[in-house]
Write a protein that binds this ligand. Structure first.
Ligand code: 0RA
Length: 634
């Protein structure tokens, strides 16, 4: 833009976009890789809005060779006529004025809050160049913006078109983002999720970047019903998928669910296609209707006898896979990460729409109802047994200060924030770790051999296992119904196992235990994996400890180290106390991997596949991932 046509409204516009450039975090959360991807989400969300309003059937996302991204849709096309308030084309208004995107929309349930929905102008502000192409009125319009949203020219007619749509191509600004390279998997996962949530839409993804070439297409006829089938793909499921959709004056409600033989609950909730991991009113309504309907049906049909207790909320959650998706006019996002739905009216809407439909489903499908009730009743019996077991076996210990296990070499600090617990495989490595540690802040708990395969073992069995009992007592949190993460005695829990197959198996088992029974510990970021070296290389007085083959090859080549100077550590036990400290435990030099449940769905599927009772999917997984076998247990 030149200075001659710099009038008052322009100044306001540029101030708006420069505010975005000054504090990008306020608009897209962060400027790291997650923030970078928000740019794509923002444009795709706009196209999805068009689809939800019933005007768009196809969306194509392309990662272009030149580093830019294109999002092309066949919606109505952003209007190009002059907007009376801003005296600019609607297109330019949408692309240069903050929050303008939602104001024109008459598309029913317009996303207007949460992490997204900040408007495509934010994408423009954070791009070095953005090209908008609009197909409308049989014409193809084009306008280019540069350096954070400045129009490089007026809107121009550059051709004809026989359909409507919008294509936005943008180049993320490298001076804003830490990194401007997109991750195809991140984009794919998001697009797949959006495709599930928007029944009947086709989303294509094309990666044209050199060395990354790929093409995908997502179309799910059943919407979230297909999503449930995908989530339960590797599990033994109980009966068919329940699905309902309905509209009330408060919004549009969709629920799909299916029980599985697993013990885990997988409920994903969305509001206006935005994932709400903190739950909220839609989840509350869903849960209360589920418990209420199952109990009343069970009583009426003799599954629960007079003397029996009602199913608790936990009993009906076990093995449940569900997706709850609501669309409403003015979503209120609350909570720490603005990902909890606050609209109270949606609770009653979900409760009655889902409740009625689910009751009908049970009445009309007695076989499926039977399977669900058997599962709930098993969960109920296990809960009561676990409670009894805990009362007798561990309640005294964990909740009333039972002495710490003899095998635990505790640290002297009583401050959880600085304390670390190393869970070490085998007694001999445990010995070295006890000698080598910093007694002040590091505690060692040796575990003997293979602990157990938790997949098929319930809470009541777990608390009878000595190794696990020691672990639970050392953690200080309790387990099951009385689990309390705030009582944890260490803020770093470090799994330290050998770098071999057995070690990796034990690590997988431990991760499973944490994932199933102490997920809050992972969510808090307290769980780590130590990385003991695989090799020690030496040349003269110099030594190198290396973590993997690649590093070994590199150093051996560079330093001309021959085989006689390469020592391979088969296990932690081969290192003396000093070496173990130096390579793996010393806070100054060690490198830990922090365990996250960033993708609970994926983690669950890997655990289920590797450790579940179904053999076929496990084989398939190992075959298709054999080359990445190192990462199996993460
Ligand atoms: C404002 C108003 C209308 C549509 C859009 C914006 C719109 C924005 C984007 C961004 C990407 N794709 C998009 N498609 C549409 C309503 C248009 C009308 O009433 O005709």
């Amino acid at each position: 833009m030149t200075s001659q046509n710099y009038d008052a409204s322009n100044i306001q516009v540029l101030e708006g976009l420069s505010a975005v450039r000054k504090r990008p975090g306020m608009y897209i959360g962060t400027t790291d890789i997650a923030g970078l991807h928000h740019l794509i989400w923002e444009v795709v969300d706009n196209a999805i809005d068009e689809a939800m309003a019933g005007f768009c059937k196809n969306i194509e996302v392309v990662l272009n060779k030149d580093g830019s991204v294109s999002v092309d849709d066949d919606g109505r096309g952003i209007p190009v006529d002059v907007h009376e308030k801003t005296k600019k084309s609607a297109l330019e208004t949408v692309l240069t004025i903050l929050h303008a995107g939602g104001k024109f929309g008459d598309g029913g349930y317009k996303v207007s809050g949460g992490l997204h929905g900040v408007g495509v102008s934010v994408v423009n502000a954070l791009s070095t160049k953005l090209i908008a192409e609009v197909k409308r009125d049989n014409k193809l319009y084009r306008q280019e913006y540069v350096n954070g949203g400045n129009p490089a020219s007026d809107i121009q007619v550059v051709g004809e078109s026989d359909h409507n749509g919008t294509k936005i191509t943008f180049f993320p600004d490298p001076t804003i983002f830490e990194k401007i390279e997109f991750n195809a998997n991140t984009v794919l996962n998001r697009l797949r999720q959006q495709a599930y949530l928007t029944k009947g839409i086709t989303i294509k993804f094309v990666d044209e970047r050199e060395g990354h070439e790929a093409k995908y297409m997502f179309y799910f006829e059943g919407g979230i019903k297909s999503y449930i089938q995908h989530l339960n793909n590797n599990k033994v499921y109980l009966g068919k998928v329940f699905y309902c959709e309905n509209e009330s004056s408060d919004g549009f409600i969709e629920v799909a669910l299916q029980y599985t033989e697993t013990f885990l609950e997988n409920v994903f909730t969305y509001a206006n296609n935005i994932f709400t991991p903190e739950g909220g009113m839609h989840l509350t309504g869903f849960r209360s209707a589920l418990t209420r309907v199952l109990n009343s049906y069970a009583r009426n049909n003799g599954f629960l006898k007079e003397k029996d207790q009602n199913f608790s909320a936990e009993d009906v959650r076990e093995g449940l896979t569900a997706v709850v998706s609501v669309k409403l006019a003015n979503p209120q996002f609350e909570g720490q990460t603005k990902s909890k739905l606050g609209n109270a009216e949606i609770r009653t809407a979900v409760e009655s729409i889902f409740g009625d439909a689910f009751e009908t489903f049970l009445n009309e499908n007695p076989k499926d109802a039977n399977l669900i009730f058997s599962k709930c009743s098993l969960a109920q019996r296990a809960r009561l047994a676990a409670r009894a077991a805990r009362d007798t076996v561990i309640r005294k210990g964990i909740l009333e200060g039972m002495t710490l296990p003899g095998k635990l070499a505790d640290c002297s600090s009583k401050e959880p924030a600085e304390s670390e617990l190393f869970i070490v495989e085998g007694d001999s490595a445990g010995g070295s770790a006890k000698q080598g540690r910093s007694r002040e802040i590091q505690a060692i708990l040796p575990l003997r051999g293979k602990i157990l395969n938790t997949e098929n073992i319930r809470l009541d069995k777990i608390v009878e296992n000595n190794e696990i009992k020691n672990l639970v007592i050392a953690l200080g949190t309790g387990i099951g119904e009385t689990f309390d993460v705030s009582r944890i005695r260490y803020h770093k829990i470090v799994i330290m196992t050998d770098a071999d197959v057995d070690g990796s198996h034990i690590r997988t088992l431990l991760l499973t235990i944490f994932y199933r029974h102490f997920p809050q510990i992972i969510e808090k970021g307290y769980l780590y994996i130590a990385q003991p070296p695989l090799y020690k290389l030496s040349k003269g007085k110099k030594t190198w400890y290396v973590l993997n083959e690649e590093e070994r090859e590199e150093i051996c080549k560079k330093e001309e180290i021959g085989t006689q100077n390469i020592q391979r550590y088969k296990g932690l036990g081969e290192m003396n106390a000093e070496q173990l400290w130096e390579t793996t435990m010393d806070p100054e030099t060690r490198s830990f991997i922090k365990i996250t449940v960033e993708d609970a769905e994926l983690a669950d599927q890997i655990f289920t596949t590797l450790m579940g009772s179904e053999v076929a999917p496990r084989k398939k997984f190992i075959q298709t991932h054999a080359k990445q076998v190192k990462n199996l247990d993460l």
